[in-house]
Design a protein around this ligand. Structure first.
Ligand SMILES: Nc1nc2c(ncn2[C@@H]2O[C@H](COP(=O)(O)OP(=O)(O)O)[C@@H](O)[C@H]2O)c(=O)[nH]1
Ligand SMILES: [Mg+2]
Length: 471
């Protein structure tokens, strides 16, 4: 779910802040829940923020902090550049800035939500008031717009907010200076060009791919794992579209709120030009998110090949040997041969601690089993206008390069194992550059899967030799 900031509001806030700014949604009460801890988890130490309240009478108001939100003082703090503001009064555009005059401006406390002096929110936690028809959050009105710290320019709590702080939502955005996307002189990664011939070469090499002969398996299993909404199902659709020759949406995709993928799917892709199935399966999972998410035991079961195709994830109770279709003694055929972490490029710097922790846990499970892994960085069009206009600019985009570097640091993997990808989402026709990035990413996964099979093959041979010696 996206934030509610409109272009008009962004322009007004940029004007007040004094810089052309971009706004990145960090916290949204209705999406992230009314927990002060959660607010601090995602907003602390990030830099300047703007907080915006949407009151049930269509009053929109909020506050700006040039300092980061923090918790270590456990008391009020002063930010001389902070200000409060109002934008809409009962639905009418009436922007007024209320600059700081004196004294402390905001509360640095783990048990408080975003809390300005004269514009409070909630302590510890708050729930939506479900008794009312409009389902609002009843926030605090302590010192509400009382003019002690900010110059109210003749306005009052009544004129700004009808004297109540019942809101349908509250959002906190990170404020970043808007810098035009930088096109690098020389690319940060080499490419073979962006034309149909390259697409064909990549398609041919994937179409002729066969898993290591000695292992005698029909196809390799590529597991996609990542945050809900990161683009796992969309990647599967992108690959399917390329081999189908037209855009297709085989796996359901959707917004970030809930994972539409509740089942474990192991999908084959058919090359429509030859009508043959390709020799890999893309395994799509439900995503990682705070709270309910696939439990580690289930991930272990998936990696080891115990869970059957179409297994339905029960988010609080995992699978067991009694699960219908549970594969008791999986062979190499059922195991996962390569793991791809799908990371939303537009979110890579703002992943919550919980999600990072979960992804690291999964990575440990993958490493324990010696399974090769890599990262696909999606939505690169959303972070860079150069790329949004022309995907073939990807290796000349400083923004994408920086995002790739961040993902590599986060996962502690080599940069070359992070592959930028743009999935099909709004397009109606296939595009050469989009195809090339997706095919490069897929081909690299197949090469990695082969590495795993090589290792398994060696292991098998060693075991055989040991057995022979015993005989
Ligand atoms: N702009 C853009 N949107 C994307 C991209 N990949 C996925 N999306 C969108 O992100 C949303 C979530 O994608 P989905 O594949 O359902 O995520 P999943 O939960 O990981 O399976 C959908 O609305 C997609 O259209 C991408 O590369 N660029
Ligand atoms: Mg999905």
């Amino acid at each position: 779910m996206d934030g509610l900031l409109t272009c008009k509001i962004k322009t007004q806030l940029s004007h007040w802040i004094g810089k052309d700014s971009q706004f990145i949604l960090l916290y949204k009460l209705s999406r992230d829940g009314g927990s002060a801890k959660k607010f601090h988890d995602v907003c602390d130490n990030k830099g300047p923020t703007v907080t915006i309240y949407y009151n049930t009478d269509n009053n929109v108001y909020g506050g700006y902090l040039s300092d980061s939100w923090r918790t270590f003082r456990s008391n009020y703090s002063t930010d001389n550049a902070a200000f409060l503001y109002k934008l809409y009064t009962t639905g009418n555009w009436k922007p007024v800035k209320f600059p700081h005059i004196q004294g402390e401006t905001h509360l640095e406390k783990i048990s408080s939500g975003p809390w300005f002096y004269s514009l409070p929110s909630f302590q510890t936690s708050i729930k939506v008031d479900e008794k009312s028809l409009s389902n609002f959050y009843s926030l605090s009105t302590s010192d509400f717009f009382d003019g002690q710290r900010f110059d109210m320019k003749g306005e009052t709590a009544q004129s700004v907010a009808n004297a109540h702080n019942n809101v349908t939502d509250l959002e906190v955005y990170l404020v970043k200076e808007f810098l035009p996307d930088e096109e690098l002189q020389s690319p940060w990664r080499d490419s073979k060009g962006w034309n149909l011939q390259v697409v064909q070469e990549l398609k041919d090499s994937i179409a002729s791919y066969e898993p290591l002969e000695e292992m005698k398996i029909p196809e390799v299993n590529i597991l996609l794992i990542g945050q809900v909404g990161a683009g796992k199902s969309s990647f599967l659709n992108t690959i399917n579209s390329i081999f189908k020759g037209e855009i297709s949406f085989r796996a359901c995709t959707g917004g970030a709120e809930n994972s539409l993928t509740q089942k474990f799917h192991k999908l084959l892709v058919r090359d429509l030009s030859t009508k043959k199935y390709l020799r890999f399966r893309i395994c799509d999972t439900s995503g990682v998110k705070e709270g309910a998410t696939i439990i580690n035991e289930d991930i272990g079961f998936i990696l080891d090949g115990h869970l059957p195709n179409q297994y339905k994830f029960e988010l609080d109770s995992g699978a067991s040997t009694k699960t219908p279709g549970f594969v008791k003694e999986p062979t190499v055929k059922e195991k996962i041969h390569v793991v791809v972490f799908i990371i939303d490029g537009s979110n890579v710097s703002f992943l919550s601690k919980d999600v990072v922790k979960k992804l690291k846990e999964i990575k440990s499970l993958v490493i324990e089993r010696g399974i090769p892994h890599l990262v696909f960085l999606t939505k690169i069009d959303e972070i860079c206008e150069l790329v949004s206009d022309d995907v073939s600019k990807v290796y000349k985009s400083k923004t994408v390069r920086d995002a790739v570097n961040r993902a590599a640091d986060l996962f502690a993997i080599p940069r070359s194992n992070v592959l930028p990808v743009k999935n099909y989402e709004k397009e109606h026709e296939l595009q050469t550059s989009i195809n090339i990035l997706a095919l490069l990413a897929l081909r690299k996964s197949l090469m990695f899967a082969d590495d795993f099979l090589e290792n398994q093959c060696e292991l098998k041979q060693e075991n055989m030799e040991a057995l022979n010696k015993q005989d």
